[in-house]
Design a protein around this ligand. Sequence first.
Ligand code: ADP
Ligand code: MG
Length: 485
Amino acid sequence: MSLGTPESRYELVSGLEIHVQLNTNTKIFSADSASFGALPNQHISTVSLALPGALPKLNKEVVAKAVRIGLALNCTVNQLNHFDRKNYFYADLPKGYQITQDNQPICINGFLEVELNDGSKKKIGINRIHLEEDAGKSIHDQDDQYSLVDLNRAGVPLIEIVTEPDIRSAEEASALLSEIRKLVRHLNVSDGNMEEGSLRCDANISIREKGTSSFGTRCEVKNLNSMRNVRRAMEFEFGRQVEVISEGGKIIQSTLNFDADKGTTSPMRTKEEANDYRYFADPDLSPIYISDEWLSEIKAAMPALPNEISTQLIAEFGISKADATLFAEDTDLLHYFNQTLPEVKVKKTLINWLIGPIRAVLSEKGIAIGAYKIKPDQLAKAINLVDDKKLTQQIAIQQLLPAAEESTGVDVAVLAERLNLLISENSNELDGFIDEVLNKYPQQVEAYKKGKKGVLGLFVGDVMKLAKGRADAKKLNELILEKLK
Ligand code: ADP
Ligand code: MG
């Protein structure tokens, strides 16, 4: 007899089909704009409308982007692959078929390793990546009598990433999706925006008794458009299937809808009602051939992947893993860093500025680095002044950079001079301040001489105040010690 709740006896098994809208300028088979948000039916040439005789012509950029993501997902690239027609009738599909890939997809047999909350790693297999066109959009709620169709999206390029059924929890599914979103953005393949539908997924879900190795019958939950809904759908479906099976019932293979308001799934169609798509190779398009030369060109143009970048940053600058991840995953920050680095004299200080004070400034303003008014060359100059001991970091952050933000493109070195922010090189002036402070505290000076070294901080602080911060603390310390001898 088994112990524990039914839920604890079963484990979830899931594989995802992830649709990613590519961020090309034009559609996959025509010169129509692929941009989002235009008025309805603005980007519809004869190809998007499927007028008789209109012929598709493949957008080369689509292939390059699919290969980039395939390489990042450790896939084998099928250098010879082709398009198929998937036949079905729907109002938003004027051709009566979708051009997609069936048994010769562009990439196969990859994997992605994701990190889970407890720090452990999980490898999830990628079965294939195929190319396809998106359909148009039917709108049912804007007119009393008619359904409306917007074909702007018809022919927008998509890739579908199909994972192996290696996922065992909603957490793993979320980790995989966020890793993929990160990668597509990093590789400039897609904006990965789930709210606008650039990234959406279907989740295939089954359960099995823990310790067994065969798979149960699966259900496919369609069109999950947020990370949260993926998690909710999985949790609900797991509970539902456990209930059916522990009551002696059977799971019927079916396609389900997810109701985001209720958090529940409901049947769309069962396997018996499933469409027969009558796939066949599209005779209007020649096979895609990716030559060795083209493949190496695409490889050579790939940026380093986030994991490689963070490993390199840790090795080179000795920063923590968390800080390195911050840079590796924020393309804008990394770009800013790379632009600033050549102009900074002491390389290691730059990363500390960006992790520390600059990050604090940005978060106080509530902006990302892309919106920061201080440009890389300006920051580099400020950092160099500090490293040269001509400016204190505090004054740079609190006075110089805010002042520089006021007038675009200003030379910060000139500005520092004009605002009289540079460390006083006039030791007479500092001397004067030191005398003034030591005279002010005769008792403390006595105490210091008797061994109460702690009062030194008081003297330094006061002199610094008189110098309005324009003094190098270390040098000031030395000068005061000299006087106290
Ligand atoms: P089909 O060809 O019928 O669509 P696939 O083998 O292509 O089936 O699988 C589609 C998706 O379903 C893949 O993501 C796969 O990982 C997942 N999958 C397959 N079998 C199961 C199962 N028993 N439980 C959960 N997911 C599964
Ligand atoms: Mg399939």
